[in-house]
Ligand binder design. Structure first.
Ligand code: FS2
Ligand code: SF4
Length: 542
């Protein structure tokens, strides 16, 4: 095993025995194999696309199985064995459909095209085994950025929003990580292209979410509990939430969100359910303590799941791309719906959740809501009431160093506004930082899936101030990353030309010194340091 895809990679190098996240070595090896067969599928599917014989089912398979390898998504050995078998079968089917002349035109097939269940064990397939450290680094950035792309494309797909250009790029990207003829410059181009596709996929997902569920509205989300049994839903999948609310309606069972599902409380489509109570708890890494206290069933719709404790193992359920051995998985039916009755039945015999907090927090400042008060915001900037916006989006994580983000938020001058999205917000969204003339000092655009809102807000501000260059805005970036969706969001920002991003709590283990040099020279990317030092750097930018 070798895995270095997330921020918590052992010693900022990589996990080699079992993952810090709890991923077993054998599962990590199976994920490497699956990824390699996805490259084989991609090799043939690109040709199938060119010949017009590609199938939509392949897109879904690639998106879902690639997503399953993202940090804290799927830990289930049997699931990966099954995906590997299906992947080989699918690869052979695609190959079988290709017109004879397509394959005849190939002088010799690369190893990725000829991999079989029998020889895969003898091949050196892990991206990390690339000898040249810079090529390896770029291949890894691409591999992880594409994971984010696949995850966001999956979310849009389940709501019926599709983009073949994105699926084709994922295939091209996967194949390019196996091509020894590609130099650093070409791979760097692919990495930036991945960022561009990141902007497209985030825009598509934004459209999918808002056209399906309406535009989020500024909402005071209850963080307390009621005295009825409840079901807790976590992850990012809004369609699962919709079905759960529909199925629990009138049953006497309440529904609460956890972690990245918090922003769902701000969608008009979900507000109509009077059993939708609010948000329970904090970000993903607090689930041990919080799931225990919740008392009722818990549904994990996407990452981040962490290996469950025995004490609540019998009431945690997985669905979609999530998996963990020994837990009940709720499968999608033929018609695309899911039956959550096992959770509802269990909830009926559960105690109500134990209160851990009370009061409300504000959510729902996605682009539409933020732009509805654009005049107010622009006026506050022009009159000096707001001196700067600080984008503190991204992920949370369990390392104690992340207290930096709470301290940074607390230390920000009172005339600054935080723009956030993702679970990073839990480090400061309960601090009560107040407001500036009615504009909250923490503008929460939603999940990491909603990062597009931050781009729209920045672009609209640039327009309002007549600025051509997004870097001339009074906006600084202090981004926290953990998993691969954050890698994609970072690449998306770079592709938009955003410079001077501070990244933490550590730089990715998969960046080689030369690649870091390129990122510093071209984008002035810098690692975070101390609150005091970073405050000086971030507030000085004009
Ligand atoms: Fe947080 Fe985890 Fe959102 Fe990431 S809940 S770190 O995978 O997707 O942000
Ligand atoms: Fe380690 Fe992160 Fe990989 Fe888990 S996902 S094995 S913690 S690098």
């Amino acid at each position: 095993m070798f895995c270095n895809q997330c921020q918590e990679a052992l010693n900022v190098k990589g996990c080699t025995k079992n993952g810090v996240c709890g991923k077993k070595g054998e599962v990590a090896d199976l994920q490497d194999r699956l990824l390699y067969i996805l490259k084989s599928i991609s090799f043939y599917n690109l040709k199938a696309r060119a010949a017009g014989v590609n199938e939509e089912a392949t897109d879904r398979f690639v998106l879902d199985s690639y997503f399953a390898t993202l940090t804290n998504t799927n830990f289930d050995k049997q699931e990966f064995e099954s995906l590997i078998n299906k992947a080989f079968k699918l690869r052979d089917e695609i190959k079988g459909k290709l017109p004879a002349e397509v394959l005849a035109a190939e002088k010799s097939l690369p190893a990725v095209a000829t991999v079989t269940p029998e020889n895969i064990g003898s091949l050196d397939i892990a991206v990390h085994s690339t000898q040249d450290e810079d090529i390896r680094s770029l291949r890894e950035i691409l591999t992880f950025g594409l994971k984010g792309l696949a995850a966001y494309a999956h979310h849009a797909y389940v709501l019926g929003y599709k983009d073949e250009g994105i699926y084709e790029f994922i295939e091209k990207g996967l194949v390019s990580t196996t091509d020894d003829s590609l130099d650093m410059e070409t791979l760097l181009g692919m990495v930036l292209e991945c960022g561009k596709k990141g902007v497209s996929v985030l825009a598509l997902l934004d459209k999918a979410n808002t056209e399906t569920y309406g535009n989020p509205e500024p909402t005071a989300v209850n963080i307390g509990v009621r005295d009825r049994p409840g079901i807790l839903i976590s992850g990012h999948d809004l369609r699962d939430l919709e079905q759960l609310l529909e199925q629990t309606k009138g049953t006497g069972i309440d529904v609460y969100t956890h972690g990245e599902m918090l922003p769902a409380n701000a969608y008009p489509a979900f507000k109509k359910y009077d059993n939708f109570v609010g948000n329970y708890g904090n970000s993903w890494w607090k689930q041990y303590e919080e799931f225990e206290k919740f008392n009722g069933p818990i549904l994990m719709t996407t990452n981040c799941i962490i290996p469950p404790r025995e004490s609540y193992k019998n009431r945690i359920y997985t669905t979609g791309v999530v998996g963990f051995e020994g837990l009940t998985h709720i499968y999608e039916k033929e018609d695309g719906t899911k039956d959550f009755s096992p959770l509802i039945e269990q909830a009926k015999t559960s105690k109500p959740p134990e209160p851990i907090e009370s009061g409300t927090i504000t959510a729902g400042f996605a682009h539409e809501a933020a732009l509805s008060v654009a005049d107010k915001i622009i006026d506050a900037v022009k009159t000096g009431k707001i001196s700067r916006f600080v984008v503190m989006a991204g992920c949370d994580g369990r390392h104690k160093e992340r207290a930096y983000y709470t301290d940074f938020a607390k230390a920000l001058p009172e005339d600054t506004v935080i723009l956030t999205a993702g679970c990073a917000k839990y480090r400061y969204n309960k601090l009560d930082l107040g407001d500036i003339g009615g504009i909250p000092r923490v503008i929460d655009a939603g999940q990491c899936n909603d990062s597009y809102s931050l781009v729209v807000i920045a672009q609209k501000l640039a327009e309002a101030f007549g600025l051509e260059n997004i870097n001339d805005l009074p906006v600084s970036y202090n981004i926290a990353w953990y998993e691969q969706k954050a890698v994609l969001v970072l690449l998306a920002l770079l592709s938009l030309g955003v410079k001077n991003i501070t990244l933490g709590p550590t730089l990715p283990a998969f960046l080689s010194p030369n690649v870091i040099k390129v990122l510093v020279e071209n984008f002035n990317l810098r690692p975070n340091t101390t609150v005091e030092e970073d405050m000086k750097v971030l507030l000085k930018q004009a």
